[in-house]
Design a protein around this ligand. Sequence first.
Ligand code: ATP
Length: 361
Amino acid sequence: MAVFKPENVEDFYEIGEVLGSGHFGQVRQVRERASGTLWAGKFLKIRKNAYSRLGLERSSVEREVEILQTVQHACIVTLKDVFESRAEVVLILELVSGGELFDFIAAKENLLETEAIEFMKQILDGLKFMHSKNVAHFDLKPENIMLSDKMSPHPNIKLIDFGLAHFLLPGEEYRSTSGTPQYIAPEVINNEPLTTAADMWSIGVITFILLSGLSPFQGDTDEETLKNIIGMIYEFDAQHFSMTSSMAKDFIQKLLVKNADERMTAEECLLHPWIKPLTRTQVVNRYRSSINMKNFKKFNARRKWKMSYNMVWMCNRLGHMKILCKGSSDPDPLERQCESDVEDTESKPASLLRRRLSSSS
Ligand code: ATP
């Protein structure tokens, strides 16, 4: 069992700028008072009681902590410490300062497939390790693939956000309908038992986007996106994939497979000729092919815009809730952030919500 220190985190760490926000809390840069070292503090609001609709169940945070302690790998964010107060748990994490992989790529003029593959290899290495520990991430998406230091000539991938991750114990079934529509596997939508193969589907979607700037199943609404996933409705549009090697398309096709048992595993991916070429022709093809940078930049700009739109929407909603609760519109200066106190949108079907209410059976 992980030890949650009862001390006040601020006695040990100076709290700094906001690095990012999630559904249940905020991530801030923190400076360790004793050493001056910088870390990332993930502040998670905990439910006050069983009837509370706000915050996370403690058991869910315990699981995130245990999983982080299990998956110690160069391509996975490291957990240093955990503090707990009455209403909050603070995870002290390795500071991942290089930003998101997709932003790093979008800032480039062009990128050869062979360069993209170097990142894919690291992601797959991290996943292979995680899956060997019977841990599935269940929320792989561009926002959760970061770089340790973008100034380095060979930036290191760091997978983050184990909030939906789960230990898959032998003999136990696990079902969950949580996730982000664009990236979730058909078995998630169908509420079927899940395995680590669900992560491999997401890798197929991420690779598809990385190469073309198109999201394979994206519809105009979440409902449409889910229908496209279930119906396996996607294609390698000739225009957008004109610069893509046939090996890359084969790699994606072997991941976007409806039957989870037939999908490539992370280990198999690392042996696929796109990642590990066996012949000279395969090596040359990777150097001749490149990612569709023009469209990728468009995709990334739209993605960032949607992320900020969602944040503003959630903040506005919190403001509205506070007025209802307090009968006052005064902003609360002590409120660390807006998003964590807000339940997910009611306008979406429950199955689409990005929240940690999934169950084991
Ligand atoms: P979500 O509700 O999206 O799952 P969450 O509450 O689980 O979010 P994270 O996704 O772990 O929180 O973190 C939110 C954001 O904070 C990330 O998208 C990222 O921008 C930033 N972040 C998280 N961990 C780190 C870290 N170790 N170093 C730097 N930034 C981080």
